[in-house]
Design a protein around this ligand. Structure first.
Ligand SMILES: *[C@@H]1O[C@H](CO)[C@@H](O)[C@H](O)[C@H]1NC(C)=O
Ligand SMILES: *[C@@H]1O[C@H](CO)[C@@H](O)[C@H](O)[C@H]1NC(C)=O
Ligand SMILES: *[C@@H]1O[C@H](CO)[C@@H](O)[C@H](O)[C@H]1NC(C)=O
Length: 421
């Protein structure tokens, strides 16, 4: 069964599918529940042989009553302990457990960061909170040794050059990551251009952090297909990247101006691009005075730094994280293969609901060349999308024959969020 993977823009987060082992534990749990209940049933209806009527017991001596209550107490404690065991098993299966600050070899900074602090003046009347709690992903528990390594530094000193360790933690579900009291490695950002020239201008590659990456320069990145939406996407002065969204290559490509023309009620002013590669979508939108936030991690390339150098807004966030935006915020959400979720449709469903949440009524969801590896996937995606009852302003399914001679389907769509009452 192994693991399924979720492509996050440029990255891949992994989660374990239920293994044979965990189904065995499930059976064990079921068995345990049944036996506990049978035991309870037996105990409550049990009639001693010499007293066939249970009702008689009540009229007997107090000694017998105390015997019964002893038995009941025994049963209750048995049930309680089974429930505890069950909860423990469930925790193990789901992998949810909070970090045990008492465990040995935990970095002290991690303890300091995670300690709860009672508010000095008691309950805050405006927010109703009584203590300050540090925010860190519950899944950090699974990688607590790595997290402890991440939190091992000199306070007020320079942080280790370990952004890739931080990202590794995020990709394993440790998100949000803990804060630190050290100075992140500073890279002088020399030679930045002013806006809007910055959108399409090369800058020295020395301003990016290359530690922990396979490639050490842009030429190397451009020679690779980093993900489905970024093949040579760091080449922004010539080639395909400069044509994206303004020239069509196939019927699945929509022109940015055509989509903008579909905006209603104030039009398209702010947008959110999911897994937006090097930020070219946001750049084209910026030229049209539309502000777009681009969510991406730095998987195999310095995407965030590159987008920022173009004068655009990168959001360093995995797609497992709830979007840090309020409800009904965006006029437009653009997503391509960043949405690709292997195997589990619930995962994609949660993501689509979060997209729906941040999109305003009348806002547009632009699904751009979403790759469906097979018919099944296309069907699941279509069913998921249709349950939101968006208005299909555009819906194009294109087929391409891949290198192995198999047909591949691509879905492009522009969907309008309805007003729901
Ligand atoms: C329960 O009460 C009965 C009748 O009073 C008595 O004969 C019997 O020994 C008691 N049983 C126990 C276990 O004390
Ligand atoms: C910009 O940088 C790329 C490498 O990413 C290079 O191939 C290209 O020639 C450069 N363009 C200009 C105009 O310097
Ligand atoms: C963007 O805004 C600027 C300043 O308001 C304006 O001059 C320009 O025409 C606008 N561009 C577009 C494509 O609307």
């Amino acid at each position: 069964m192994g693991s399924v993977s979720l492509k996050i823009g440029d990255g891949t987060a992994r989660f374990k599918r239920a293994s044979i082992c965990s189904s065995a534990v499930n059976l064990l749990m079921l068995f345990s529940v049944i036996t506990t209940n049978l035991f309870a049933l037996y105990a409550f209806t049990y009639t001693p042989r010499d007293h066939p009527q249970l009702g008689h017991l009540v009229h007997h001596t107090p000694k017998n009553i105390s015997l019964i209550s002893e038995q009941v107490a025994l049963i209750l404690s048995e049930i309680e302990s089974s429930q505890k065991k069950l909860a423990q098993m469930e925790k193990e299966i789901l992998g949810y457990e909070s970090i045990d600050l008492g465990r040995p070899n935990l970095a002290n900074e991690l303890k300091v960061f995670l300690q709860h602090h009672l508010l000095p003046l008691g309950k805050d009347s405006r927010t109703g909170i009584t203590e300050m709690v540090a925010s860190v992903g519950h899944s950090c528990e699974k990688s607590v040794d790595l997290l402890s390594q991440y939190m091992n530094y000199k306070i007020n000193g320079p942080c280790p050059d370990d952004w890739s360790l931080g990202q590794k933690l995020i990709l394993s579900g440790c998100e949000p990551l803990s804060r630190r009291r050290c100075f992140a490695k500073a890279i002088p950002k020399v030679g930045l251009e002013s806006f809007p020239v910055s959108l399409w201008k090369n800058v020295s590659e020395k301003i990016y952090s290359w530690s922990g990456l396979g490639c050490k320069n842009l030429a190397c990145l451009n020679s690779k297909k980093l993900n489905r939406d970024c093949a040579g996407c760091f080449e922004i002065t010539k080639g395909y990247e400069t044509q994206k969204y303004v020239k069509v290559r196939s019927k699945n490509d929509f022109l940015i101006d055509d989509v903008l023309a579909m905006g209603s009620n104030g039009g398209i002013r702010i947008g959110f691009d999911i897994g937006g590669g090097s930020g070219t979508f946001a750049a084209r939108m910026a030229e049209r005075n539309v502000t777009v936030v681009t969510a991406t991690l730095n998987v195999d390339a310095p995407f965030n730094e590159f987008i920022a150098a173009r004068g655009l807004f990168p959001l360093y966030l995995s797609l497992d994280h709830r979007f840090p935006f309020y409800d009904n915020t965006f006029d437009l959400v653009h997503a391509a293969n960043g949405l690709d979720v292997g195997g589990r449709s619930e995962k994609l469903e949660f993501l689509l609901f979060d997209i729906d949440r941040v999109l305003r009524a009348g806002g547009l969801l632009w699904l751009d060349n979403f790759y469906c590896s097979n018919d099944d996937k296309k069907r699941v995606l279509t069913r998921l999308i249709e349950q939101f009852r968006y208005k299909k302003l555009k819906w194009v399914v294109g087929e391409k024959i891949n290198g192995a001679g198999k047909s591949e389907a691509y879905l492009s769509a522009v969907l309008q969020k309805p007003v729901r009452v």
